[in-house]
Design a protein around this ligand. Structure first.
Ligand SMILES: [Mn+2]
Length: 320
């Protein structure tokens, strides 16, 4: 006689709770971010994870529209365990759902920023914290608008190989311009904002502080986190993580890779050190699985998301 098997599979659809792990096999079952329940009911929800499968604004390789799928698939590795290095399952303290993906018509590009912003605003109106999975880096611009409408101007903590401050005329849909536009429109306060991992030149900094890729070794992890914390202070902040902040060795699956970047260990350690900041929202963008190998980049993207969520969970636990 065979032993009775637990039937706790497909938590993404059948899960009875928005807390806890699902404990289903990594290699099987319906995928969602960290096996969270898919839901658009945000009653009592602390955190919504949301995909934005948009990549029509890239300057080189397209493919980040598959980023949400890639990160969801990779995240299945981690579900159900205490998450390193936090020594706890964040979903024991945070009620979290996968809100699915942003809805838009790919054939009407000019309408897409408005759709991203308004759907993000709907999520934020529920009181839930929003973490978004891109998509190319343009998506951070409408995401910032939605968060700023709720919180006022924000500090930006931007992990990136590129400054994304290229000129635009105010209406371009371009993944290389969101930071400059956010400064010009007063969405972010450049004096409290900082970019980490930069290793390309843009015409202007728009007033943001920069930690270049080549400065990482000299500063060390503690030196980098100290500079970020000193810059950002205690006010509300937004974290955006362009996966091309990582060296192509650690994130080959992205649209505009640049050599000389951070290792995944360095980047995760820096992010881990930012728990005292007042993050009100975040995203990970530019994961393009078609150029990936063995899911390296998707796993890195899921790890960034999970580290950010770990910081939220730790804060919640400390608050009691
Ligand atoms: Mn970027």
């Amino acid at each position: 006689m065979s032993a009775e098997l637990p039937r706790e599979t497909d938590n993404a659809f059948l899960g009875k709770s928005v807390k806890g792990g699902s404990h289903e096999p990594t290699y099987a079952g319906a995928l969602s971010f960290m096996r969270r329940r898919y839901s658009r009911d945000l009653t009592g929800i602390d955190l919504a994870v949301w995909g934005i499968p948009f990549d029509a604004s890239v300057s080189n390789r397209p493919g980040a529209r598959f980023g949400p799928q890639g990160v969801r698939r990779a995240s299945a590795i981690f579900d159900g365990d205490p998450q390193y290095p936090f020594e706890m399952d964040p979903f024991e303290v945070l009620a979290c759902v996968d809100y699915g993906d942003c809805v838009f018509d790919y054939g009407r590009n000019a309408d897409i920023p408005g759709h991203i912003q308004s759907q993000a605003s709907d999520i934020l109106a529920s009181g839930a914290h929003l973490f978004s999975i891109g998509g190319d880096h343009f998506v951070t611009y409408p995401l910032l608008k939605a968060h700023v409408a709720k919180h006022g101007p924000l500090a930006l903590v931007q992990f990136d190989a590129h400054q994304d401050t290229w000129n635009d005329e105010g209406d371009r849909i371009d993944h290389g311009t969101f930071t400059g536009r956010a400064v010009r429109e007063g969405l972010i306060d450049p004096d409290r904002s900082i970019q980490i991992g930069i290793r390309t030149h843009a015409p202007e900094t728009c007033g943001l502080e920069i930690i270049h890729g080549y400065e990482m070794d000299e500063l060390g992890i503690g030196g980098v986190t100290d500079r970020i914390k000193a810059r950002v202070g205690n006010g509300p902040a937004y974290m955006t993580f362009d996966i091309d902040c990582l060296d192509p060795a650690f994130a080959p699956g992205t649209g505009t890779p640049v050599s000389g970047g951070l290792s995944s260990r360095e980047a995760l350690s820096v992010l881990r050190g930012l728990g005292s900041l007042n993050f009100v929202g975040g995203d990970v963008v530019e994961v393009a699985p078609a150029y990936d190998h063995a899911d390296i980049t998707s796993i890195a993207g899921a790890s960034v998301a999970l580290t950010y969520i770990g910081l939220l969970a730790e804060k919640r636990k400390q608050a009691g």
